[in-house]
Design a protein around this ligand. Structure first.
Ligand SMILES: [Zn+2]
Ligand SMILES: [Zn+2]
Length: 151
């Protein structure tokens, strides 16, 4: 069992939530996934890595687990909400609006940005629910075809 799954199962018990088979399956699915997954992908079995389960129950369990702080969701581009296990330290995201690539990073790696925005504009920002959106390295370097340069 992965440490992440072990932590999540421990957290479920610590919150006094029942560890039903369906709930366990949702956590297992998120633990084996390579990145945040939609509820549909979890219900479909994460590409055959866990048994498929009922979509309505996946939604219900994600909702319960999110309120307990055990999972979190992010909106990457125009995709449906994507779910991941919430780590000790929350994950935040950077997303490319051209190719759809994204990176997840531990929140502390974006603290310098947070401090700057807070100081300059008074806003306390976070990038876990909505990512920082822009261009990834390759798109920024190679995507000159669509870049409008003044002539
Ligand atoms: Zn890109
Ligand atoms: Zn949301």
């Amino acid at each position: 069992m992965s440490p992440a799954l072990n932590d999540a199962l421990t957290a479920v018990r610590a919150c006094g939530l029942r560890l039903s088979a369906a709930r366990r399956l949702v956590l297992q699915g998120l633990a084996v996934a390579d990145g945040p997954m939609s509820a549909e992908q979890v219900a479909a079995g994460v590409g055959g890595r866990v048994p498929p389960s009922d979509l309505a129950s996946v939604y219900r369990n994600l909702d319960t687990l999110e309120r307990a702080g055990i999972v979190q969701h992010v909106h990457l581009g125009h995709s449906p909400s994507l779910w991941a296990l919430a780590d000790d330290e929350a994950l935040e995201y950077l997303a490319c609006e051209r190719c759809g690539d994204y990176r997840s990073v531990p929140a502390h790696e974006l603290d310098a940005v947070r401090v700057y925005i807070r100081r300059t504009f008074g806003y306390t920002v976070s990038f876990g629910h909505f990512p920082l959106v822009g261009l990834c390295g390759p798109c920024a370097d190679g995507g000159s075809a669509r870049r409008d340069r003044p002539r």
